[in-house]
Design a protein around this ligand. Structure first.
Ligand code: CTP
Length: 399
């Protein structure tokens, strides 16, 4: 699966460094050529000899004490690499990369590469949640570095929480997914909306819906992995943004409308997976509404329909809408395809088990503008995201 892929495994100093041994071994078994670079601290947890025995290649441990033929090892490794994997990655190495510091073999080589860099953070929970570390991760994600979320559980320091390095099998599966992917959509710009919107009633109350953003985030992630330039306009959600995706955070439907209209003309595919609120209170109260004033009457007014407006702005591009219903799914989906002038509608019935808000799976029917095809899918949101993108790209090339 990874035959002839050159992977540079950078091991930094954390107790989880021992798991990197098993990661190296599995990567070798999958056919990869693995070069290992260890920081000084990493060598306090595992010896270079362990990695050398597995990879059958000299382990690089020091910038200046290398053998002669590896004199500019950090440049040659950086160039030949198909991917870098930093596992485990300490707060320190993440901070160095984010700040442009190159003062050891790992940070120098990572700085010199154009290959994808995959980072597996592992550290104490408080460190992981420290806003400085989170800020560094956010910055690097926006620059296209990929991160594997740490697991939660009992940590070496005796505390419970997020920060554990996931098991080697999971790390390797992630690496394969990230680098064995074909960059078949690298010519395309994809705009995705996701999550709910919030329509303010007063400064503390709002009208919203149960969308978690999972489907839209899966689409944005899949498009980025397939090489597209991706912007994600997201309502308030609780999930980490995917790597390599530019995120524009919005709150209300009107915010989302403005953000999308400002961007739309540049994009080849627009996927409207957001659950946009159809109505908002006519006016949000300036101050918290008090109970003592009696039960308020809230008059609602319609929000702009983003997809319908995009449908009116005709261009050579593909518009994908979603349609969530609790009854008459296909009739309603066909009507929306027409009324919103969309190219594809992805319809799901909220009453179907495994479909809808919050789940990792979905059950959808895709309807196409020319009416010829109906595609039924029951799969993970990640897999469905890939089909949506493939179909959207096919539709675009037929235009
Ligand atoms: N949508 C939108 N702007 C809105 C409402 C919906 O862009 N104000 C988009 C959604 O992102 C989705 C599609 O339109 O891609 C259909 O959304 P849905 O809520 O199913 O349909 P509505 O148009 O809201 O119609 P209804 O609520 O009457 O079913």
């Amino acid at each position: 699966m990874l035959r002839n892929k050159n992977i540079v495994l950078c091991v930094t100093g954390g107790i989880a460094a021992f798991k990197a041994v098993s990661v190296a071994s599995q990567l070798v078994k999958l056919g990869a050529n693995v070069d290992v670079i260890m920081t000084e601290n990493a060598q306090k947890f595992v010896t270079p000899l362990t990695f050398r025995s597995i990879t059958k290649t000299a382990v690089i441990t020091d910038m200046f004490e290398e053998p002669r033929d590896m004199e500019i090892a950090h440049i040659s490794l950086a160039q030949k690499a198909d991917a870098f994997l930093i596992c485990p990655a300490t707060a320190n190495i993440i901070g160095k990369i984010a700040s442009g510091i190159a003062d050891d073999m790992v940070s120098t080589t990572v700085m010199a590469t154009r290959a994808p860099v995959l980072i597996c953070p592992a550290m104490n929970t408080n460190m992981y949640e420290n806003p400085i570390v989170q800020g560094n991760i956010k910055k690097l994600k926006e620059l296209g570095y990929s991160f594997l979320q740490p697991d939660s559980g009992r940590l070496a320091c005796g505390t419970e929480g997020k920060g554990r390095l996931p098991e080697p099998d999971e790390i390797v599966a992630w690496v394969v997914g990230e680098i064995a992917r074909e960059k078949d959509l690298s010519e395309l710009k994809v705009l995705v909306t996701a999550g709910p919107t919030r329509e303010a009633i007063d400064p503390v109350r709002y009208i919203s819906n149960g969308s978690t953003g999972k489907m839209g985030y899966a689409v944005a992630n899949a498009a980025a992995l397939r090489g597209s330039k991706v912007t994600l306009v997201s309502g308030p959600v609780d999930i980490e943004p995917p790597s390599g995706v530019q995120v524009v955070n919005v709150t209300s439907a009107e915010d989302m409308y403005r953000a999308v209209m400002e961007l739309e003309s540049e994009y080849d595919i627009i996927v409207m997976s957001a659950a946009v609120g159809d109505f908002r209170p006519e006016a949000a109260a300036d101050n918290k509404i008090k109970k003592s004033a009696g039960t308020p009457e809230i008059r609602l007014v319609p929000n702009p329909d983003i997809l319908a407006e995009l449908g009116r702005r005709r261009r050579r591009r593909v518009l994908v809408g979603f349609c969530m219903e609790t009854r008459d799914l296909l009739e309603n989906a066909a009507k929306k395809l027409e009324s919103k002038n969309a190219d594809i509608i992805v319809a799901n019935d909220l009453n179907t088990p495994g479909a809808g808000f919050g789940t990792d799976t979905n059950v959808v029917t895709m309807l196409f503008r020319d009416g010829r095809e109906k595609l039924e899918l029951r799969d993970t949101k990640a897999a469905i995201a890939d089909v949506i993108l493939t179909k959207a790209a096919e539709t675009l090339s037929a235009k």
